[in-house]
Design a protein around this ligand. Structure first.
Ligand code: IMP
Ligand code: MG
Length: 182
């Protein structure tokens, strides 16, 4: 496998995150906002999106994993690291990298809703169009992309490529010599 076509450039990502950050800033002004990023994939989005939010936000992290290392979601989600603090009465915004089947977010939403937050919304950088197996209400979407397997900007293939500053399609073939083609 190797890095294929660039789907969303580093500039496009930053430009869109700035717009999303401005929207979130307007929507949550005067509210106690807690950003919850889903590790590992969402660490890049969390770092960059949060810097575009002009509010004194709080942050927490959850780590989840679907069983196995396949490129397809199994739908079985395991919580590896839970939130550090309680969220009851707080305005929670889940920060996600990508929504594929939607099963991870459906699980997370149900899991967090029973903890009685004041509100619970989702911000995702990428949404694969039309392939969700369950309906997901996403308040803030960065880009809608085709259903290809993508890597970069937090997204991995077998743990690698998360450090690419852009999002690219994963392609069949020999791994290239350069991990960061321009
Ligand atoms: P879902 O449960 O099918 O929506 O998948 C959610 C998780 O699967 C994401 O948070 C990613 O970690 C991972 N994932 C889904 N699609 C891709 C992809 O194209 N590349 C890399 N990871 C992906
Ligand atoms: Mg992942």
């Amino acid at each position: 496998m190797r890095i294929g076509r660039v789907l969303v450039s580093a500039e496009q990502i930053q430009h869109r995150l700035a717009a999303m950050g401005a929207e979130i800033t307007a929507d949550y002004r005067g509210k106690d906002l807690l950003l919850v990023a889903v590790l590992k994939g969402a660490f890049m989005v969390m770092a960059d999106l949060s810097r575009h939010i002009g509010l004194p936000v709080d942050m927490d992290f959850m780590a989840v994993s679907s069983y196995g290392e396949s490129t397809r979601t199994s739908g079985v989600v395991r919580i590896i690291k839970d939130l550090d603090r309680e969220i009851s009465g707080r305005h929670v915004l889940i920060v996600e990298d990508i929504i594929d089947s939607g099963l991870t977010l459906q699980y997370l939403r149900r899991n967090l809703e029973v903890r009685r937050p004041a509100s619970l919304e989702i911000a995702a950088l990428l949404l694969k169009t039309g392939i969700q197996m369950v309906p997901v209400q996403v308040r803030y979407v960065g880009f809608e992309i085709p259903a290809d397997f993508v890597i970069g900007y937090g997204l991995d293939h077998l743990g690698k490529y998360r450090n690419l500053p852009y999002v690219a399609v994963m392609e069949e073939g020999e791994e290239g010599a350069s991990p960061l083609p321009s």
